[in-house]
Each structure stands twice: as structure tokens, then as C-alpha cells.
Design a protein around this ligand. Sequence first.
Ligand SMILES: [Ca+2]
Ligand SMILES: [Ca+2]
Ligand SMILES: [Ca+2]
Length: 319
Amino acid sequence: MRLKKLLLVATVLAALFAAVSFAPALADSTTITFEPPAYHPGSPNGQDGWSSTGSAGMGCAQYDHEIVSNYPTAPASFGTQSLRMSNAVVSGCFGDQTFSKSLANEAGESTATNNGLSGGVRQTHFEAQWSFASAVPSAEQPGLYVVASPDRGDGARMSWVEMADAPAGLEVNFYDYQRSVNDFVFTNVASGLSRSAPHTIKITMDFFDGPSNDMVKVYVDGTLRHTGTSWEDYFRDNEDGLSRTVDSVLYRTGGIPTVDNRPATLGKGFLIDGLSMLSGTPPTNKEQCKNNGWQSLSRNDGSSFKNQGDCVQFVNTGK
Ligand SMILES: [Ca+2]
Ligand SMILES: [Ca+2]
Ligand SMILES: [Ca+2]
């Protein structure tokens, strides 16, 4: 009896071990709505894996970044709680700004460095989408901006998407790093967006080994507005030669204190909600689908394949 029991336990353990060892590295995703009980009003620091030590009073400056409840001008689609950020307070620091929770599986080139700030099974594709709205729908908030960057958790940003307010309406702006000019290149992605409606930004990043080939797309309100590249060559040419991984979004109010800060935005700024992120590895050639390779691959939206044929069809048709 005792031996039988032991054998049973051993069998179960072996099965569990097999399941863990051979579990395919599936696409990984998360959606954040800032709703209770996972989130409560105040600094996002320490909530559900978020980090925001500055807004919690433990950074270079006490940023005006907080989770708000029943904010009077919040769009109905934002529910009861949202992340609110303004550039009433800015600094040149990175690690104390607001970082989302991290995906289990990082994304990046095979040789990208994570510095222990991301992990899991490395994927080639990362996406982040969120909605934002002006906290003051009736008027311009002059000089308001908040920047979102796919990041591993310390400010080694791999891209840069800005939400800003301008006389003609809200704007979305973008910087990538282009080796042809050895510099960051600015693009206005969208302008004149209504202040009285929420807008959605989606950024997708496809990492390919080697320089000057990563592909970054920026969508505004569901429409592809810009295709550019990542910051891989910034790190390659100006730092240690290695690209960086991403597993989260850094929301930052960076800048020079007393120059870039806009005190009038205190308690206002932008409301941010509905952040979803995913990582996965879409196949780029049919060979990757073979020998059970399809099991660890996914479409761009993170959905998995039913079988090898399904995977091959995606390579052929993009569907
Ligand atoms: Ca919400
Ligand atoms: Ca991380
Ligand atoms: Ca690359």
C-alpha cells in the first residue's frame, strides 16, 4: 500500500515535471483597467506590479502621477478608476517614474540585454495599447505632455510615444533612432484630436536580429499612422552595442525642472486606462512551423495556432 502510494506520487510528479518542461512558450498578455480591488486611489507604486517610486515620495521628485477614483471628467468607458498623469512635476530621472507591471515573457532581439529586469521566454513581438483622455475636455492645458515607452523596467527605452496638448487639440508624437542620421528623428503622428473624447494608441514592435531593421508601428484610434524603427541603434552606437528587451510600458514626465514642468496641470493632465500588452513570436518563414515549432509561435495579436498547417497558412497569408 505504502509503495503503491509512493509510486503514484512519483508518477504524478513525473507528469507534472513533463508538463512544465515541455509546455510551449505561448504568447503572453495582460490587460489593466486600474479598477478595484486590484488598484486603489493614490500612487500606483507597488500596486499589482507597478512601480512609481517618485509619485510615492521616494524618487528624484514627487511626480503628479496617481490612480484616481470617480474623476469628474473621466469618460464612461474608463470605469471608476484610471491612471492620471500630468507634467506639473518633471525630472531627468528614469527609474523613479511610472512603470507598468511586466509581462512574463520579454521581447527583444536574441542578443538584447535585459539586465535582470525582464525575463521568461524571449519573444520577437511586443504590443501595447491604451486609451487616454484630457482631464480638462473643455480647454487646452498648455504645455501638457506625457511620454509612453516600451521598456524593461529601468528607462532603457526602446521607443517613445508622446501624448501632448496643443492649441489645435491633442497630439501624438514619436521619436525613433535612425542610423542614417545617427540621431533621434521626430514625427508628428496625429494632431488636432478632440479633447472631449478618449483616444487609443497602439504601438507594435517587431524585433529582428541585427541593426537597423526593427519595425515599430503606431496606431491612433485604430488606424495605422506611422511606421518607424526602434531605438536599437541608439544603444548599439552610443552605449554598449546591445539592444534592449521590453516587457512593460514606462509612463514618464521627463524634462528639465522649472523649464518643462507645467504647474497649472497639477491634479489634471491626462487620464490613462485600458492598458493591454502582449508578447509573442509570429513566424516569418514556414520552417519555423515545423517539428512542433508552431506550438511556441503566435499571430501578431497573440493568438496561437491549431497545428502546423495553421502556422504555415499564417506565413503565407498573414492570417
Ligand atoms: Ca478604469
Ligand atoms: Ca520588467
Ligand atoms: Ca534589429
